[in-house]
Design a binder for this molecule. Structure first.
Ligand SMILES: [Ca+2]
Length: 159
């Protein structure tokens, strides 16, 4: 027992240290999303798609990009679990402005298409709707929208 105590104490100190690193790692206005990413959601101010891209860059983040189901589930749970955020539409950093029908994220990677990301038969509005948003009325599935519409921003930042 006498010899175990320092080991336990050391373990406790290292847990406490990693907990404090974790909570300090996301600079305001960001909060931790998972072990590698921080999230910022503005549920109160709406922006155009380009304004959202610029807003996220202005605090060294990026407009929300979702490349896999796990990330979609995390974002879904995050916005759906809070009264202030669950009823809002959010911009996604995906556009087919460069080539109609070819959706790409702002980092130039391909946007996943179909289920379980997009709403039924989405995107379906051709040349006039070239930016993607997450629709509050449809489980935050993705819809194409006019890039000049105003929706709420979500930014992500890597630790
Ligand atoms: Ca389009």
């Amino acid at each position: 027992m006498k010899f175990l105590a320092p080991v336990i104490l050391t373990a406790l100190i290292s847990v406490a240290a990693s907990a404090s690193v974790h909570s300090n790692v996301c600079p305001s206005p960001y909060e931790p999303l998972d072990d590698t990413r921080c999230i910022f959601v503005d549920a109160f101010v709406t922006y155009t798609w380009q304004e959202t891209v610029d807003l996220c860059k202005s605090h060294s983040g990026e407009i929300l990009m979702i490349e896999d189901c796990e990330t979609f589930a995390l974002i879904y749970d995050y916005v759906r679990s809070q009264d202030a955020t669950k009823g809002k539409h959010y911009w996604l950093g995906a556009t087919d402005e460069a080539e109609e029908g070819t959706w790409k994220f702002v980092n130039n990677r391909p946007t996943p298409m179909g289920i379980p990301f997009w709403g039924a038969n989405e995107p379906n509005n051709g040349n006039t709707y070239n930016c993607a948003m997450m629709h509050a009325s449809y489980n935050h599935y993705w819809y194409d929208a006019s890039c000049g519409s105003k929706y709420n921003p979500i930014c992500l930042k890597t630790y």
